[in-house]
Ligand binder design. Structure first.
Ligand code: SF4
Length: 385
């Protein structure tokens, strides 16, 4: 078994001012939930997302009118001094995709919308291939526009909108989802278009992760190293949505899969950004703030560890790249925090030992003074920013 932790090798896809894949950081994206025809509200939300740390913003373009509106939205955003890449989200209207592809940096299309509306359950090989040829013909104009305008494309497969043709061959399964994307990849390649990002979305975490792993295996087997976008669609809201997203996205990230992520919450999209950052940091993929670990405490703990963790988080989170361990006791604490830069460990009643790189630096510091001593020590080490 290969137990090395490495990121899947992917090609770089340029989306305006931001690159996805290769050695680039795993990008955070989100989507507006305003009416695209309301330029003011949409621009305001894009700016709020950019200020929160979102790196690419998707805007729905459900028809040709809203696709045209992207032009005004783009101009207003540029006027305000932002160059955040915009992505048009297209579902049922290939014409809207063709308009949007001339305006924005990337278009997201759903392969399920480039299909004949057939309901038949059986396809002969000839019928199957004929439908693929019709898809290719319908997709070609968009591909040519994307090539001319250097617009990237996400082929975003949703389990809920698979074609009857694929379902007839593979069932409504992760295999059908992976093949749905692979067909589009091959069509794009036949027109020498390579600026692709792929995604497998489902509200079922297991389906999403299995489909993505299948897709990646199928792509890599054919040396088609396109980046992937990962996310759990319709994850919900509050703690449920956050946990569901963390499980789905996090499990793929820890396997080295994923070049851009979106946490989908039924909330203000700005709320998605800190969750995405926390997922990325927890999986060791990107660092946004200090890493603070703490033990659950037990009968050996002789100080208020919960208050200590809150205080260390409040006063030290801005120290990006620093790892601090807050531990309950000196019996097991020092051994369990060996890879931390600093340790804050309960000793006697109301007293704390402070450690630097696993070595005792200050012993039995009064609990109420310990955070200041810790911060001074960090500052002395030149890590106070
Ligand atoms: S580090 Fe000490 S206080 Fe914390 S859980 Fe372990 S034994 Fe208990």
């Amino acid at each position: 078994m290969d137990i090395t932790l490495k990121r899947r090798t992917t090609k770089v896809v340029n989306v305006g001012s931001v690159s996805i894949g290769g050695d680039n950081p795993i990008r955070i994206q989100s989507m507006t939930n305003t009416d695209t025809l309301d330029t003011k509200a949409t621009v305001k939300q894009v700016i709020e997302l950019a200020n929160a740390g979102c790196e690419l913003v998707r805007i729905t373009a459900s028809d040709t009118k809203s696709a045209e509106k992207l032009y005004d939205i783009r101009n207003e955003i540029v006027k305000l001094g932002y160059d955040i890449p915009l992505i048009a989200d297209i579902h049922f209207n290939p014409k809207a995709a063709e308009i949007a592809a001339k305006i924005v940096d990337k278009v997201r299309i759903n392969p399920g919308n480039y299909i004949d509306r057939n309901t038949q359950n059986d396809y002969s090989e000839q019928q199957y291939q004929d439908e693929l040829s019709r898809i290719s013909e319908r997709l070609q104009p968009l591909i040519e526009i994307c090539k001319r305008h250097k617009t990237a494309m996400r082929v975003g497969t949703n389990q809920g909108s698979l074609s009857q043709r694929l379902i007839s061959r593979y069932g409504n399964t992760p295999l059908a989802m992976a093949n749905s994307a692979l067909e589009f990849v091959k069509i794009c390649k036949s027109f020498e278009y390579e600026q692709l990002v792929l995604s497998m979305k489902s509200s079922n975490v297991r389906t999403m992760t299995i489909a993505t792993r299948l897709l990646v295996d199928m792509l890599d087997a054919e040396s088609l190293n396109y980046p992937v976008h990962i996310g759990v669609t319709e994850a919900g809201e509050g703690e449920d949505g956050r946990i569901k997203s963390a499980v789905g996205i996090g499990s793929l990230l820890t396997l080295g899969i994923g070049d851009t992520i979106r946490v989908s919450l039924t909330e203000d999209p700005v709320a998605e950004i800190p969750v995405a950052q926390a997922i990325l940091q927890s999986s060791g993929c990107r660092v946004f703030k200090a890493e603070i670990i703490s033990c659950p405490s037990c009968g050996r703990t002789k100080y208020d560890i919960e208050a200590a963790v809150r205080q260390v988080k409040t006063r030290c989170s801005h120290l990006t790249g620093v790892k601090i361990a807050v531990m309950g006791c000196i019996v097991n604490g020092p051994g369990e925090m060996l890879d931390a830069d600093y340790g804050y460990i309960g000793s006697l009643d109301g007293k704390v030992h402070l450690y630097r790189k696993g070595k005792l630096a200050f012993s039995n510091v009064e609990e109420h003074k310990a955070i200041d001593v810790l911060l001074e020590m960090i500052a002395q080490d030149g890590k106070s920013k």
